[in-house]
Ligand binder design. Sequence first.
Ligand SMILES: *Cc1c(COP(=O)(O)O)cnc(C)c1O
Length: 312
Amino acid sequence: MYIETPLVESRALSERLGKSVWMKIEAMQPTGSFKARGIGHACAVYKERGARRFVSSSGGNAGLAVAYAGRKLGVPVLVVVPETTSERAKHLIGMENAEVVVHGKSWDEANRFALASCTSADAFLHPFDDPLLWEGHATMIDEVARARLEPDAVVLSVGGGGLLCGVAEGLRRNGWERVPIVAVETEGADSYARSLAAGERIELSAITSIATSLGARSVCAEALALAKLRPVASIVVSDRQAVAGCFELLTEHRIVVEPACGASVAALDALAQEAELRDARNILLIVCGGVGTSVDQLNRWRTATDPNTETA
Ligand SMILES: *Cc1c(COP(=O)(O)O)cnc(C)c1O
């Protein structure tokens, strides 16, 4: 359902930071992102409980992970996506033999249709708010522990907070509950940063960042609750910085990732400003991946987010 991913020290990032930066390269998962872990685990459990079909409303990495898990487990998959979903995304999901149904102008409409399509024989896979997902995501930290790397901080991206909850679970079950997690978002998709500041769950009225995989209008309740139980720092970067982070991974490590992932690379520069991280030596960077981009797209974004480019 998922592979053990490489854990590689980045010389380039380590040199720049003056710390050891270890990359857990989830971009190498067969579905291009960490989602394979949690969704694979959840699908396996739902199959065991009798699910005859898996249903998802994600045209992104979550939908692709459900389609992949369904093919691997021999369970049919329905993915409902809105009209805005790219041909490429539909193609990738279709390649995993899932049924792709286009419904509605926005994700909300597609999601409502997907939920309404569910019968009692179906399992609906939420993209981030499910303890089974977190249990599966946690395996990436088990692998780090087995490799005998003890991180002083973990840097990861936050959309709805599923990755955050999974990594927190992995750290907890390996005796590392005091290791700080640095939660990174982009401006315009910063529902977690705003919720932390407000002390309650904030719902964004719209997502304005290009990092669409971080575009949950509100995070799951568990993500907010965790910040009261363990050290969590929050960093927000611009779209421009996130794209620069993508180019850094591309140039230094020949890996293509979405801005949702580049954001975490970009956030490394801000680490030195976090008082409790100044003495951290080993930084674990979750390279969460994402298939929703290409080198051409990254180039277009770089031009579009360049303040020196005139826009009509
Ligand atoms: C899903 C996803 C995220 C955000 O994960 P959450 O669990 O929603 O916080 C970040 N990056 C990529 C590439 C993703 O697929």
